[in-house]
Design a protein around this ligand. Structure first.
Ligand code: HEC
Length: 298
């Protein structure tokens, strides 16, 4: 299924390259333990709140007296949160030109955390997150995910349901700005949508640059040489929709993403033979199908 592929894609990128937006270090992982970590880091902050202290201490005593948990027991104690997995900026950017289709995916995922009073080993935590019980509990939470967006600006459809989340596909209908909202129970995550007016000619010029090397004083390779290879890094709108046109272009030209300070390792300093090619590269990237890896694009 496309979605599980994307989730894996996300985790692989996270693990191996600490890359791009959704999968990069970021806010997402600051706020909660990663899979496999114990929640001991949260102990300190919990003890600052005097009022809830006593309860927690009692609970901890009880937990400590009964330190061997089964996986189903641990799963039943999880506290769940939901968040947009491929967007940390609460803004999405796309385009519209009246000819090409521009799509964005909003991937909303749930995550279960063990409460800080429960101390488990890394093995126990891994056993929880790898268990069928975890996936079944996640599926119940994921079923509560909803998403709505300004229907004059984008059309929205549910494109994938997976154990730990839902993916919504937005297709732009015009240029302009509007709002969208992901919800999960009483949690609401607002998302601003900005659709920039492009022209079909820009997309054509961008595609041309993507597939053609620049010769001369500041040569650089065709983007396709690297990105369309089997191991090519994904720059589809799945991740790139969270960045502005300016941030994307400067990442391409300088190798630094000023939004998240991510610095490419390449170094990534691409040049353009013409102003038209430069103005067209971001429109072209935004027009790619977010469901496909670069090597699968036509
Ligand atoms: C020499 C191989 C190579 C070429 C040529 C290349 N790229 Fe990349 N690109 C990469 C790699 C590798 C990454 C992953 C980042 C890194 O280097 O750490 C990347 C990352 C990106 C990103 C993601 C940046 C981010 O915010 O994380 C975008 C967008 C991108 N490339 C677009 C392009 C475009 C457009 C071109 C052509 C104008 C191009 N690339 C040419 C190898 C290449």
């Amino acid at each position: 299924m496309v979605m599980s592929q994307q989730v894996i894609r996300c985790h692989i990128l996270f693990a191996s390259i600490a890359l791009i937006g959704a999968c990069s270090q970021g806010k997402q992982t600051d706020s909660k333990p990663e899979h496999g970590e114990t929640a001991s880091a949260e102990k300190d902050s919990a003890s600052e709140t005097k009022s809830s202290d006593q309860k927690e201490a009692d609970q901890a005593k009880q937990d400590a007296s009964n330190p061997t948990y089964s996986v189903p027991e641990l799963v039943s104690k999880l506290t769940w949160t939901a968040e947009i997995a491929n967007n940390q900026n609460n803004k999405v950017f796309s385009g519209y030109d009246g000819t090409n289709s521009y799509k964005i995916l909003i991937d909303i995922a749930v995550f279960g955390d063990l409460p800080p009073t429960i101390k488990v080993t890394e093995e126990q935590a891994n056993a929880v997150y790898d268990s069928p019980e975890y996936l079944a509990a996640a599926a119940v939470e994921a079923a509560k995910i909803k998403f709505t967006a300004d229907a004059t600006l984008v059309s929205t459809k549910l494109s994938e349901e997976y154990d730990e989340g839902r993916v919504f596909e937005l297709t732009t209908l015009k240029a302009g700005s509007g709002m969208a909202k992901a919800s999960w129970g009483s949690t609401e995550i607002p998302l601003a949508i900005q659709v920039t007016a492009y022209t079909a000619a820009q997309v054509t010029a961008g595609k041309q640059r993507y597939e053609t090397a620049v010769a001369g004083a500041t040569p650089s390779a065709a983007c396709a040489t690297c990105h369309r290879s089997a191991t090519g890094i994904d720059h589809s709108p799945y991740y790139m929709a969270q960045y502005t046109d300016a941030v994307l272009l400067s990442t391409i030209e300088t190798g630094v993403n000023s939004d998240d300070n991510y610095q490419t390792k390449s170094p990534h300093k691409m040049t353009f033979a013409t102003a038209a090619a430069k103005a067209g590269i971001v429109p072209y990237l935004r027009s790619l199908d977010p469901n496909l890896l670069p090597s699968e694009q036509k």
